[in-house]
Design a protein around this ligand. Structure first.
Ligand code: PEP
Ligand code: MN
Length: 361
């Protein structure tokens, strides 16, 4: 496991600033400096820009490469901002460190590859540069945690996570689904690890960035990682999701920072919390009773050689449950998901009971 004591808080990573902003890619010296100047004027203290861009399909702009490191050097010299870029291999780490890049990040596609993360970790051994690790592009928490462990084992002490959303197939509102339960579980598994949210890649569309940024703050994100371009429509990568400096400034101005509850708030909320806890305990007892009945019917099916899965019956009851849920104002997809889970468990219980064997998953 990671040694929590060794992971410093965001102040040590971003110099006390919790907003990291800049273009998806450093496209030219002029574009990089222009963007940096406008963000610096808005008070941003950490500038991001991709130098090597891992693109899903070939033929797209893959970053300006090493010359762009010099442009970031100029940003530092002129504005005094810290600069951050993505590294996708040991060679990138060496070049970025040589160029004086202050913060490195590991991209979502790289986090999925333990061998590459290991190579990057080895290249970082003996340095003290902060490293931000984006979640793997697929929704697998263990891969994300594995990357923190590899970095920590190589002696990297300043580590933070970037939650940028997870890929899914088919039509969807967000380009990458937030799956907030994953960073919540990460927080539970590694308390004290700063989690920065990247609403730009999550949204994939600039009009959705502000509300995701607010949701991230409501979920206690430790910082925001936002793509900003001086001419977003003509950006060479991720043009649909980048904000103009004016849009970024408006977004920052509109964010509501939630405060921690005071003792009085806690006193006020405590009867509600007690009631919720009692309801949750009742749900557990109801579930236990439900699965008791499940086992009974499972035994009957077994005895009479009937199949466990009876799809017509399930379809009929699930529509009834959804319409009952609607009557009480409950969210339809929540009800479907809840009962799909209960139904799956019900089948598992019957198989386990009938075979009288170790749990079947
Ligand atoms: C980026 O931040 O520009 C980037 C490429 O991110 P991700 O790895 O999240 O796709
Ligand atoms: Mn991008």
């Amino acid at each position: 496991m990671i040694d929590i004591e060794k992971i410093n808080l965001p102040a040590s990573i971003t110099g006390g600033c919790s907003v990291i902003a800049g273009p998806c890619s450093a496209e030219s010296e002029r574009q990089t400096l222009e963007c940096a100047r406008s963000l610096s004027a808005l008070g941003v203290r950490v500038f991001r820009a991709g130098v090597w861009k891992p693109r899903t399909r070939p033929g797209n702009f893959e970053g300006a490469g090493e010359p762009a490191l010099e442009w970031l050097g100029k940003v530092k010299a002129e504005t005094g901002m810290m600069v951050a870029t993505e590294v996708a291999g040991a060679r990138h780490v060496e070049a970025a460190l040589k160029a004086g890049i202050d913060i490195l990040w590991i991209g979502a596609r790289t986090t999925t590859s333990p061998i590459t993360v290991q190579e990057i970790s080895e290249a970082l051994r003996g340095t003290d540069v902060p490293v931000l690790v984006k979640n793997p592009i697929n929704a697998e928490l263990e891969l994300w945690i594995g990357a923190f462990e590899r970095l920590a084992a190589a002696g990297v002490t300043r580590i933070a996570a970037i939650h940028r959303g997870f890929s899914s197939y088919g039509e969807r509102i967000y380009r990458y689904s937030p799956q907030w339960q994953i960073p919540i579980e990460l927080r539970r598994r590694i308390p004290g690890l700063p989690i920065i949210c990247d609403p730009s890649h999550m949204a994939g569309r600039r009009d959705l960035v502000p509300h995701l940024a607010q949701m991230a703050l409501d979920m206690k994100a430790d910082g925001l990682f936002i793509e900003v371009h001086t001419d977003p429509d003509h950006a060479l990568s991720d043009s649909r999701q980048q904000l103009s400096p004016a849009q970024f400034s408006q977004l920052i101005g509109q964010l509501e920072y939630r405060s921690n509850p005071t003792p009085e708030d806690i006193r006020f909320m405590s009867p509600y919390r007690e009631e919720l806890e009692n309801i949750d305990l009742k749900i557990i007892r109801d579930l236990a009773e439900r699965f008791g009945v499940t086992r009974g019917i499972g035994e009957y099916k077994n005895l009479h050689n009937l199949s466990i899965l009876q799809p017509e019956r399930y379809n009929a009851i699930s529509e009834r449950l959804v319409s009952e849920g609607k009557r009480y104002g409950l969210n339809e997809s929540f009800i479907r998901l809840l009962f799909e889970t209960i139904h799956a468990e019900s089948i598992r219980c019957q198989i386990e009971n009938n075979n009288n064997q170790q749990p079947v998953i």
